[in-house]
Design a protein around this ligand. Sequence first.
Ligand code: MCF
Ligand code: FE
Length: 404
Amino acid sequence: MKIISADFIYTPNGFLENKAVAFTDTIRYIDTLEVLQKKYPEAKTIKNKPNSVLFPGFINTHVHLEFSSNRTSLKYGSFMPWLDTVIEHREELVGACDNDVMRTECEAMLSSGISTFGAISSFGNELEVCEKTPQRVVFYNELIGSNAQYADMLYNDFLERIKASEACAKESKIIPAIAIHSPYSVHPVILQKSVTLAKQNNYPLSAHFLESQAERQWLENAEGDLKLFFEKYFKTSTPVTNIQEFMYAFDTYPTHFTHCVQANQVELDYLAQMGHSVAHCPRSNRYLGCGRLAIENLNLPYSIATDGLSSNDSLNMFDELRAALLLHNDIPIQELASRLLKSITSDAADILGLHCGRIEVGKLADFAIITLPEAPKRVDELALWSILYTKKVSSLYINGVKER
Ligand code: MCF
Ligand code: FE
C-alpha cells in the first residue's frame, strides 16, 4: 500500500483540496493524509511538490505510431494534397519508423501524462514497442481495402495481426482492438465481417468517419477530389459504400468514430442514438484543413486525441489541449478547459471500456501529477491553469507503479 498526497485532486465531483489517495494497483481509499496514515501505518507516503494537482492518467484514444518519422514529408493545409503525399511517402516513412523512433514518441506521451493510448496499427510494426511500453495500449488493428478482388487477402492479413496482438495481450497491457480505416477505403463485405468479429470478442472498435469535405462529396455524389484519386490509383469512379450504409453497419456495436468534422446534425444524432462516440483531433483537423468539429453542439460522448505525427507536430496531450482552447474560441474558456479534462479522463475511459480515468475507489491507480507555478488564487480556474502551465507532468503512475 502507498499513500500519495496533493494540494488538489481532480475527481468526478470536482477538485478536492488537501487530500490523499491510498493505493496498490488500484485506488483503495481517499481521505486526509492523517486519516490514511492512521488507517495504513505500514504504507509508504509520497509527498508532491507544493502546488501539485493529481489527475487520473490521461487517455489518448487515437494515435498512429507508425507514422512517427514524419516531419516535413506530408503536405499540410488541405486533405487531398495530404493524402497524395501519404501515398507518395508512406513506404519510406513507415520504413524509417523503427522501434527507437516509436519508443521516443511513447515517452513523449508519458511525459505529458498519457498512461493509456489507442494505437491505430496498419501493419503491426509497433506491436513490440507497445508490448514493452509502460502504458496501457488499446491496439487497434486496422482494416483497409476497398477492392473486392483483394478483400479476402487483406482480411486474412488483418486476422493474422489480430492474432499477434492477442498473443501479446497475455503478458502485457495490450488490449486487442479493431480499427476500420474509413468508409471510402473499406469494402462493405469485410467491414461487416470485422464488426461481427469485434462484437463476438468484445474488441473496442473505431473508424475514421467524415473527416474531409472531399470524403463527403465522394460518398454522397461520387464527385470531387477523391474521385480523381480513385480514378488515378484504383481505376474506379464509384464509391464502395455511402454514408448511411457505412453508419448502419455499426448499429449493433458502440464504436469510436474519429473526426466526424463533416457529419451533419442528422448523422450526429443517429450516432448518438446508437450509443457511439467521437474522437476529436483538433490539431489534425486544422493541419489537414478539414474544418472545426462543433463540440459545443455534440450530444454524444467525445474524447480529445492527438492523431499521429502524420497530421500533427507532437504527441503531447497538453499541446493538444492548448490547441483545442484556441480552436474553439467561442466556447467560454473555463467551461471548455473543464470539459477537455473530462474528455481525456473519465469520458475516454468510458468510451474505451477501461477501469481507469477517475480518482475513485476501485479504479486503476493511474495518476498524472502536475505542478502549478504558484498557489492558485481561485480554485474555480484550476482546470485552465493546469492546461496553460503544463508542458510535462512531474510524475506519472500506471497500475500503481511510478513510471515518470
Ligand atoms: O487520421 C489521420 C487522417 N485520416 C486518415 N488516416 C490517417 C491519419 N493519419 C494516418 N492515417 C493513416 C491511416 O491509418 O494513413 C493511411 C491509413 O493507414 C491512409 S491510406 C488512405
Ligand atoms: Fe487517424
